[in-house]
Design a protein around this ligand. Structure first.
Ligand code: CP
Length: 339
């Protein structure tokens, strides 16, 4: 058995450079299917249990789309209130039950460690779609895949790059997972820009520093933006004990075209896991950047489908059979994916 088939995906800590490369080359192979140039029925008859106990737009729908694009069926739960978890059922029992209905489960839950606990009751592989402030491994993989492609178009590599992470680095699980994944690479400079109260956890900084990378900590945006990758995050109001406390930080770090022109390199890549908070009091990533060619946020979204298709194919042991199960697209399709 290889290192993916039948395995849970709970944390980025389970990946090294070789396994990351396997995921990325499998994702590359998925492009014609995601673009609807061809289709494949390699997962015909398979069922994804898409179990989202916390709000999501991209992760939930792209997991479902990725599974459908491989020919499989999707069954979903959305929200805690409509689940028997709200009647006191344990994560173990929930997993034992749901895994008897599905071949693989993608799950999001508001508590750190919950997806790992759930996986202990599951009879099928479980993929972490975000557990509280802890981890979001599939987002980190799609972010890294995007970073590699964006840097390559600027003749740069992940090794030796400078990344600035901005915003809520305390509760933002995407920056936790991405930082740990980047620890596998060489000679990266991390600029960590946040309010002091929302700084990157020491545990994550230790992982980066122990891997030999350089960490610079700032609490100001201007003057600290000349990175290759600028990765902004939302203030995670749902993680504060008192959500009103988020108002203290909302809107402190805003990027718009004028700040970009003044402080960034001409080819600094702008990333954000989304959703961006576009309310006037936040407006952390201004829509006046939408026509900036270095804004990669919607390319991240598209790459998320490719990465999740790759993870399903690898986890279910069919990555070498995708082309054998190919068929034609019969409907009008004008789906352009930015590649
Ligand atoms: N990036 C991300 O996790 O988005 P959703 O919350 O919409 O899934």
């Amino acid at each position: 058995m290889d290192q993916f088939t039948g395995k849970h995906i709970l944390s980025v800590k389970q990946f090294d450079r070789d396994s990351i490369q396997t995921i990325f080359s499998t994702a590359d192979m998925m492009l014609p299917y995601a673009k609807r140039e061809k289709r494949t029925r390699v997962l015909d008859g398979a069922i994804l249990g898409n179990m989202f106990f916390e709000a999501s737009t991209r992760t939930r729908v792209s997991f479902g789309s990725a599974f459908n694009l491989l020919g499989g069926f999707v069954r979903e739960t959305t929200g805690m209130a409509t689940s028997a978890l709200s009647k006191g059922e344990s994560l173990y029992d929930t997993a034992r039950v749901l895994s008897s209905y599905a071949d693989v489960i993608a799950m999001r839950h508001p508590q750190s460690g919950s997806v790992s606990e759930f996986s202990q009751g599951s009879m099928v592989p479980v993929i972490n779609g975000g557990d509280g402030a802890n981890e979001h491994p599939t987002q980190a993989l799609l972010d890294l895949y995007t970073i590699e492609k964006e840097l390559a178009s600027n003749l740069k590599t992940i090794d030796n790059m400078h990344i600035a992470m901005v915003g809520d680095l305390k509760y933002g699980r995407t920056v936790h997972s991405l930082s740990k994944l980047l620890a596998n690479y060489d000679n990266i400079t991390f600029s960590l820009i946040s309010p002091k109260e929302l700084a990157m956890p020491d545990e994550v900084i230790s992982i980066i520093e122990d891997a030999g990378h350089r960490v610079i900590i700032h609490d100001q945006l201007e003057g600290n933006l000349d990175a290759d990758i600028l990765y902004l995050t939302r203030i995670q109001e749902e993680r504060f004990d008192d959500p009103a406390e988020a108002n203290l930080y909302r809107g402190q770090f805003r990027l718009n075209q004028q700040i970009y022109t003044q402080h960034c390199k001409s080819n600094t890549v702008i990333m954000h896991p989304l959703p961006r908070d576009s309310r006037s009091e936040a407006n952390e990533l201004d829509t006046d950047l939408n026509l900036n060619p270095n804004l990669a946020i919607f390319r991240q979204v598209e790459n998320g489908v490719l990465i999740r298709m790759a993870l399903f194919a690898l986890t279910l042991g069919v990555s070498d059979q995708v082309q054998q199960h190919e068929c034609a697209v019969n409907w009008y399709s004008n789906k352009s994916i930015s590649k």
